[in-house]
Ligand binder design. Sequence first.
Ligand code: ACO
Length: 272
Amino acid sequence: MAEASYQTILVKKENGLTTITFNRPEKRNAMSPQLHSDMYRALNELRYDKDTRVIVLTGAGESFCAGQDLKQYFMEMDSQPDSVRDEVRRMSRLWRNEIIRTLPQPVIARINGWCFGGAFTIVTACDIAIAAEDAVFGLSEVNFGNFPGGEVTRVLTEQIQPKHALFYALTGKTLTAKEAERIGLITKAVPRAELDKEVREIANNLLDKDPIALKAVKEAWYYTFYSSPEVAYEISGLVSERIKHEHGGRPGIKQFAEKQYRPGLGAYKWEK
Ligand code: ACO
């Protein structure tokens, strides 16, 4: 697939791993309307890119993402026609709250620094989130007379216990990466010097896995999360049948039966 170019993000592809870097370091990678448009386009293209099997999202410079661009996303949008504002909001919501979850590839957030407000929904949307221990998180909206808007409150009520998330939403206090790990916002906090090693190790693990299986894990997980037990069970059955069809059988179990590997200790050899 030809490399597309974007104004506010960098996209680098390397042996199955695609890294997207928010690239507005001078604005601490705040999400402008252009960044939403770039992310919306990039992720939709990567969905069909067979050379992308794992995606990492990170930020340029000292910030992961300082949330919505307070000037461009809020102040400047107030004077735009409704049609423009609604389209920006639509893209902003979709790439963070739907597209990442429904991508067939696993997505890892590599949180290298500041992470505020709307950036929480990038973190919650990613399947795995690893942060440098000195990254700083915060629901700062209350500090400028507002509240965690858009889908921030919704995803936090879903994913974090109220006595933790509501505390930070009300106080606007910052939290450390270790605290973010403790309350379930991120997967793991690691010393800064180990951030790249940790992300690479997880990416390599995922690159070893059968993409058909990874897609199914995501589907089963998120559809279960958002549906009743009965519907979840039905979807699980359908995904299971589809996998068998896509594989033309059960190659992983066949290799186990032939004593070619131990599934408890690593992935089977799938055809690339
Ligand atoms: N929106 C727009 N511009 C921003 C944002 C933002 N969210 N965050 C930083 N910037 C800009 C600043 O305006 C400044 O631009 P300028 O140089 O043109 O004046 C530049 O980025 C650097 O910002 P500083 O404040 O000087 O950077 P510093 O490293 O000292 O502080 C910090 C970083 C803590 C992230 C601070 O910029 C900040 O508090 N930003 C706002 C964070 C926030 O409240 N986010 C939630 C947004 S609302 C939402 O997401 C729903």
